[in-house]
Ligand binder design. Structure first.
Ligand code: SF4
Ligand code: SF4
Length: 342
């Protein structure tokens, strides 16, 4: 992978250059929190953020989107917004990893999702390294480093950004601002390695995921699921903010008398009581304990069986958003039988 160095004093110039690749969106402050939004001014970008309220999945799988309209003559796929060129600047490694997981779900296999595919093609991703806070455990989930899924990735080296070029588009971005970049020197590589080691030692939250699927297998009837079911409010916040929760519901709006209508999909979650309800009123996950157990099993066991890794990337969003303090690492460590350190 090509590596370069961008002096921090030249970041503003680079930010101006990349506008030719699409509308630039980056994390901005929203009170005490942060959100990915279109930048009015580059100075609004907060590259020192800890996590955004919603992950970048909102750009690729919007909370609500029209899929097609139909009449008696047939249907017309909806294309609004699919060809819009965007540059997402400042995506953390865990969130890039989250996109890579969504890629496996929506792009791999015989029927790639055309809406997700078009957006992934038209949205450039520029990643940036970060400092973990007390709710980050991406290192435990092997998502603190990514080697694909981004066009460029910046590592903060003090007075410069160590820059990984991930794609041909990333290379085009660098070439269009070639005078800003410098070659990497041996001392820069040494600085990168020292930074990487120092970051690894900053994590306060930890969970061992080796053999976790087997432990889940053994703990299917654990009392912990009843306990969590009693506590959980079924608000769905943990799923909505999760970079790798991708369930959606499909709803038709029919124009009565016109033989016409439209179909939309909107985010849904297995934590809602309606999620596993089928025609006739049967519900395959009747109790809240069944539903929260299902979410944990899907992420930590089912996804491993299908894709070879858990679908949790350790971003900590569900920890900070749960109104009743259900803490994913605490649950996993209790199942493991080890003390939870937070
Ligand atoms: S389960 Fe929680 S920590 Fe894991 S990816 Fe989803 S929101 Fe992040
Ligand atoms: S955020 Fe907490 S209370 Fe809300 S559905 Fe998730 S686990 Fe339950």
């Amino acid at each position: 992978m090509k590596t370069l160095k961008l002096p921090k004093s030249k970041l503003d110039f680079f930010a101006a250059v990349i506008q030719q690749f699409g509308e630039v969106h980056a994390p901005v402050a929203r009170g005490d929190e942060f959100a990915f939004e279109r930048l009015e001014r580059w100075s609004d970008a907060r590259l020192d953020y800890n996590r955004t309220i919603l992950p970048p999945k909102k750009y690729f799988l919007p909370p609500r989107e029209e899929m097609f309209t139909y009449t008696a003559d047939g249907y017309v796929p909806s294309t609004e917004g699919l060809d819009q060129k965007l540059v997402l600047f400042g995506v953390h490694a865990c969130d890039v990893y989250g996109l890579n997981i969504l890629d496996e779900v929506f792009l791999d296999g015989p029927h790639p999702d055309p809406y997700y595919k078009a957006r992934r093609r038209n949205v450039a991703v520029i990643g940036i390294d970060c400092i973990p806070d007390e709710n980050c455990f991406c290192r435990s989930m092997r998502a603190d480093f990514v080697d694909k899924g981004f066009d460029l990735f910046f590592y903060d080296m003090g007075d410069a950004f160590f820059t990984l070029v991930g794609t041909a588009l990333g290379d085009d971005m660098v070439l269009s601002a070639a005078s800003l970049f410098e070659p990497v020197a041996p001392q820069d590589v040494a600085a990168y390695k020292a930074h990487s080691q120092a970051k690894a030692e900053m994590f306060k939250l930890d969970v061992e995921i080796r053999d976790l699927p087997e432990i889940f297998e053994m703990e299917y009837t654990s009392a912990i699921w009843e306990e969590l079911g009693e506590k959980c409010l079924a608000c769905g916040a943990c799923s909505m903010v999760c970079p790798t929760c991708y369930c959606y519901d499909v709803q038709d709006t029919v124009k009565l008398g016109e033989c016409a209508g439209s179909r939309e999909r909107c985010w849904d979650t297995c934590l809602f009581s309606s999620h596993a309800r089928v025609a006739g009123g049967e519900n395959f996950r009747e109790e809240q304990s069944d539903r929260i157990k299902f979410r944990f099993y899907h992420k930590q066991r089912g996804f491993v069986a299908e894709y070879g890794r858990p679908s949790c990337i350790g971003c900590g969003r569900c920890i900070v958003s749960c109104p009743v303090d259900i803490h994913v690492v605490e649950v996993l460590n209790r199942l493991r039988g080890v003390a939870h350190v937070a």
